[in-house]
Design a protein around this ligand. Sequence first.
Ligand SMILES: CC(C)(COP(=O)(O)OP(=O)(O)OC[C@H]1O[C@@H](n2cnc3c(N)ncnc32)[C@H](O)[C@@H]1OP(=O)(O)O)[C@@H](O)C(=O)NCCC(=O)NCCS
Length: 252
Amino acid sequence: MAVDLEKILRPVDHPLKPFEAKYMTLASGEHMVIRQIDRDEIPDILPYLEPLLHVERDYYDVVCARIYSELLAHYRCRAQDEYVLAVQIDGELAAVVNGRQVSPDLGMSLHTIALRRGLRVGAHAFAAKMEYHIDILGHQEVLIVAESPIGFRRWMIEYQLEKRFETAHELGGVPSWALTKDLFDRARSTLVVGRRPVPPEILAKAEAKILPPSDPPTPPADLLAATRSMYDPTATALIAQRNALGGETDHA
Ligand SMILES: CC(C)(COP(=O)(O)OP(=O)(O)OC[C@H]1O[C@@H](n2cnc3c(N)ncnc32)[C@H](O)[C@@H]1OP(=O)(O)O)[C@@H](O)C(=O)NCCC(=O)NCCS
């Protein structure tokens, strides 16, 4: 008997209320839009995340590898009840956040990654994600972890998160922290910003195309790499290339 394996492998999502887009004006004077994206836009943002796999600083590599896999799994229908919010400044991708619903009362915060630094873009994106969990999806609490010290400062300390160390988080099985509705209400006036509805021309620009980040984090430049390879006796590729050209190795 033929079995339709796809029906078994593909989880059936519960319908989740949508996140209504919001916008804010940054300290730089630019407009930033936070909006929910659907599966069809995920292939547009993956290429902008991929280079961050090579940025060790502030744990971009770990967070990037994890969020990349979560977004890809969501796109290929291998994740359950996941949502993704994209943050755009004048169309360009500035941050991505994602999470999922575990049960009608419980949310699981997955990742927050900022592609523009120094403007609290990531902090605003995280606040929007918590707003989605608590105000829109009606979760009683959201389980959260931090991979980086900056993340710890931004979430655990700024929101005064409660320990739920008896519960392993989906991210690496590490002890969880929780944002409750009470904690969110306390943070609301200082940490949660943004206006609705987004003016149509600003929303249209964001929806038209997700533009590449203009100043994403990059690995530090290795200024001596070329020199080192010239003097590296194990640089067999370089030696083979010289031999092929018929030249002796002056530098070896
Ligand atoms: C955690 C994160 C989302 C916070 O984003 P954010 O709120 O926009 O904050 P930034 O990362 O831009 O800045 C954080 C701090 O580093 C400083 N900073 C680091 N790099 C900077 C840069 N290139 N330009 C300016 N400031 C920079 C900021 O001054 C800021 O200091 P502050 O905390 O005193 O305000 C972001 O750092 C990030 O994506 N990190 C890598 C992935 C990660 O750790 N995600 C969270 C997992 S828990």
